[in-house]
Write a protein that binds this ligand. Structure first.
Ligand code: SF4
Length: 429
């Protein structure tokens, strides 16, 4: 049997981590706000939660990687060693994902036995850079998203002992990861300190008008204006209007896993620590099945796309895996979420064996006589909600998404990790 690359999922909080593992992840990555990107949408608020995550993963025989991949200002450099010491006093993560050369040096000097993975933020594009980081003691490189499978193979052939990790799914930047100031400029939220507002994906339009002054534009001079920031204009040469000018489609490499493996990739990574439990579970399940099939030399099964297409995205493409994708990597018109065939309805929180009721924590409205599906690590089963009860066990016709719990009649316990999704009345995607 050929080697089976690791499936690495994001863990935005403890619950997302548990679902990622249940639905097939071999490892997850997490971070705490002070040192990792995704500072705001981060459920790991203190180190005791990191320790809890590590204990949970290790009990399952799985791995946890801690991200500390900001580019650090002086104030953060000085507390980095203290932070790592605190983490290590509580638990032993399987690796640290780092990008700042200074922090990497501090880690090497102070904690020489810790495993270092070089973050995608470091933009490793070639075998020389990879060798440089290997010489510093890194055991794995998370390759830049902007290289092709052929380039990955060159790096692997030059450094066969170095682990290579590649993103296979999720949102991508319009810039090289970590080399962008759009969010800083528009909202004063620094993407390299973990608070990016994803400003590149907002709606911009072209205008010739400068608001609020007597400016007279030159012939053929246009400005870019974000729809929520009237009057904040950026000169630009394009000649279209009403476009998501910088809105990169999401990466989806599920059909290329065998090519990536054959090029020497030993870990497949999914982006999205701020995504929902539902997203994490569905993407984990799809890639788990595809990797298991690949390991048995089975051809790609198109059914694996169903879970991916049941989650929101900005449109999918294969990025730079086979060279520069050009304009095909951008979604100029709008998000494709309107065409989604499913909506995340809630998380199963228990089962009453006497009543044969399923306890649900709703995330969106649930209504009787609608079609739903229960998704578990083992499969998907259709559910028609015939009887619905509120948290006081009174029958109701619908429940809105903000309540703590509701109950619905269902024949058997689906197990510890189950998600309810609604089948929407739209054309199949
Ligand atoms: S604004 Fe867009 S390109 Fe820039 S860091 Fe954020 S997500 Fe990436």
């Amino acid at each position: 049997m050929k080697n089976k690359p690791e499936l690495l999922l994001p863990a935005g909080d403890l619950e997302k981590m548990r679902f990622a593992f249940a639905f097939g992840a071999d490892a997850v990555y997490l971070g705490i706000p002070r040192f990792s990107l995704r500072a705001r949408e981060n459920g790991f608020k203190d180190l005791s939660q990191v320790a809890e995550a590590v204990a949970y993963a290790h009990k399952l025989g799985k791995k946890i990687y801690v991200t500390a991949n900001i580019f650090a200002h002086n104030s953060k450099v000085d507390v980095f060693v203290k932070y790592v010491s605190e983490v290590l006093s509580l638990c032993r993560p399987d690796a640290w994902i780092l990008s700042d050369p200074g922090l990497i040096m501090f880690m090497r000097d102070n904690f020489p036995s810790e495993v270092i993975h070089i973050s995608v933020q470091s933009n490793v594009l070639n075998h020389a850079s990879a060798k440089f980081w290997q010489k510093t003691g890194a055991s794995r490189i998370i390759l830049s998203r902007e290289i092709s499978i052929a380039e990955m193979k060159v790096i692997h052939d030059a450094l066969p002992d170095l682990e290579l990790e590649s993103f296979v799914h999720g949102a991508v930047c319009i810039a090289y990861s970590g080399r962008c100031l759009i969010s800083n400029y528009l909202t004063h939220r620094d993407s390299n300190q973990g608070v990016c507002t994803n400003s590149c994906r907002w709606q911009y339009k072209m205008t010739k008008t400068k608001h609020g002054d007597d400016y007279v534009p030159l012939k053929d001079e246009f400005f870019l204006e974000e729809s929520e920031r009237k009057g904040m204009l950026f000169p630009i040469d394009e000649d279209e209007s009403g476009t998501y000018l910088m809105n990169a489609k999401d990466l989806c490499a599920i059909k290329r896993l065998n090519e990536l493996r054959d090029a020497g990739i030993s870990a497949f990574k999914v982006e999205g620590r701020s995504k929902t439990v539902y997203y994490v579970a569905m993407i984990a399940r799809a890639y788990r099945r595809a990797i298991d099939d690949m390991a048995q030399d089975l051809p790609f099964n198109a059914e694996h796309m169903q879970d991916i297409l049941a989650t929101s995205s900005r449109g999918l493409n294969e990025g730079f895996l086979h060279g520069d994708p050009g304009a095909s990597a951008l979604e100029y018109d709008t998000s494709n979420s309107a065409s989604l065939a499913f909506r995340f309805s809630g998380i199963v929180r228990g089962y009453d064996n006497d009543k044969k009721w399923l306890k649900i924590e709703p995330r969106n409205p649930i209504k009787i006589n609608r079609m739903y599906e229960l998704c578990t690590p083992g499969g998907t089963v259709p559910v028609v909600v015939k009887e619905l009860f509120n948290d006081k066990c009174r029958p109701v016709a619908d429940i809105h998404g903000g309540v703590d719990c509701c109950w619905l009649a269902y024949g058997k316990d689906p197990g510890a990790f189950a998600i309810l999704r609604e089948k929407l009345d739209v054309a199949a995607v």
